[in-house]
Write a protein that binds this ligand. Sequence first.
Ligand code: CA
Ligand code: CA
Ligand code: CA
Ligand code: CA
Length: 499
Amino acid sequence: MVLSDIKKHFSVLLTFALVVVSTGSAELLNSTPSADLSATDSAGVSTQSATVNVKENSSLAVVEKDTILPDFEEKLSEKTDTSGTYFVGEIVVKFKDGSSKKDQLALIRKNGLKIKRKTDSGPLILRVDTGDEQRMIDVFKADPNVEYTGLSYAAKSQLWGFGGGSSGSLSGCSNPNDPYFCMDNLRFIQLGAIDGWALNRGSSSITIAIIDTGVNYNHVDLQNKIWKNPGESGGGKETNGVDDDNNGKVDDWRGWNFTGDGQFPNNNPMDDSGHGTLVAGAAAASTNNGLGIAGVNWYAKIMPLRVSYANGSIQTNFAADAIKYAVDNGAKVINISSNLDVEPLVTYKNNIKYAQDRGVLVVASSAYYNYDQNCFIGYPAGYTDVIAVSGMGTDVTNVAGCANTNSQYSPIRVSAASGNTWTTTKDGGYTVYVFPTTSLAAPAVSGIAAALLGCYANYYIVRESFKYGVLDYGVAGYDSKYGWGAAHLYWQLKWACNL
Ligand SMILES: [Ca+2]
Ligand SMILES: [Ca+2]
Ligand SMILES: [Ca+2]
Ligand SMILES: [Ca+2]
């Protein structure tokens, strides 16, 4: 795959995400060495505070004791380079554990940079002049206190084509009675869902984290499916401005918005750009409720973790943080329907490993390319034991994405029916994506994984079911188009849960 081909394919992808939203002028709250920062968001929630106390002229011992890195000095960038690979005007630096804060700050100041965000996982996002990113990376790389540094990578949603259809009412049917299911259930047949539901329809005890652009948690077909953080629910804990469960996030009762306004993260994971709501509905919309669509999993909960800006650009550094949040807050499946063609900083891989080591399944869209093309699978789909998903069309010979083996890692790869996916929209309606996409194939796999975990299959059994319990297509056995085969709720339940 040559660069021009990659760009050509991404130019198609970007038709979904290229709504540029003006962000207003960046606020520079702390251009002086000493300042006290605190803020309250519009919901009355104190989101961050930090004291900066840099005594440049004090003796070394005093400075070392008092130096605290400022939490925030300038807003994050929402603008990517022309290929959409990284956010301009930013670099990411992880200092070595135990390195002196004074030395860290001195290096940042000496090069005229500012701190945009301390990520939960450790790396700092720093402000650099646009166009000067690589030079600054080289400068920081040469410093003995720096563990690693690199560009501030963006990821792309793996959706193609345009949604259609109406939000009008349709006559009902039964079992399940969701009107759009009744109108078009071929995808569910291909997923083995109709037969599978006779065995198991999922469990509300299993939560799927949707690491994406947020979710419209008010959608009538999603509102009863949104995860509630027990430690931040009831007795007014949702809005009391207190981190009641002491997990580092204030009032995170229904997920988290890691990007926030570019300055402060917040507790409102609403979906502005729409992709995450499409993904959430495809995995686990309210089913058999007489409304809208059916989900692959009837009962699993959805944890909305927003890691994008309003323009839909996904901030990989926050996706890494969100993986750890999902694990620490009880999600059992993590769905990532976004992809990079370059490997992000190692934090991302480390946090996926953190999830897998704790029995949390990570499902990711393989990179979208033209049908049937042998191509690079991308990241995070390319990491070890991530369930990387290609998208099978209603005509099963059409497959979006790839499952080939030109990766330094060894992912489990599977295909999933995603042609004619009816799903939920951010505006509260419904839409259909006719062509197969990996963005909508991954949540079908997440819904199946959640069903298997809900019938007490363990992590390893579920992971292996995507190899041994799937329906083989094409060349017998593993192939570069379908991977091990097509995800199939019925056969995987049989294989993993002995039903
Ligand atoms: Ca909390
Ligand atoms: Ca609270
Ligand atoms: Ca429904
Ligand atoms: Ca095959």
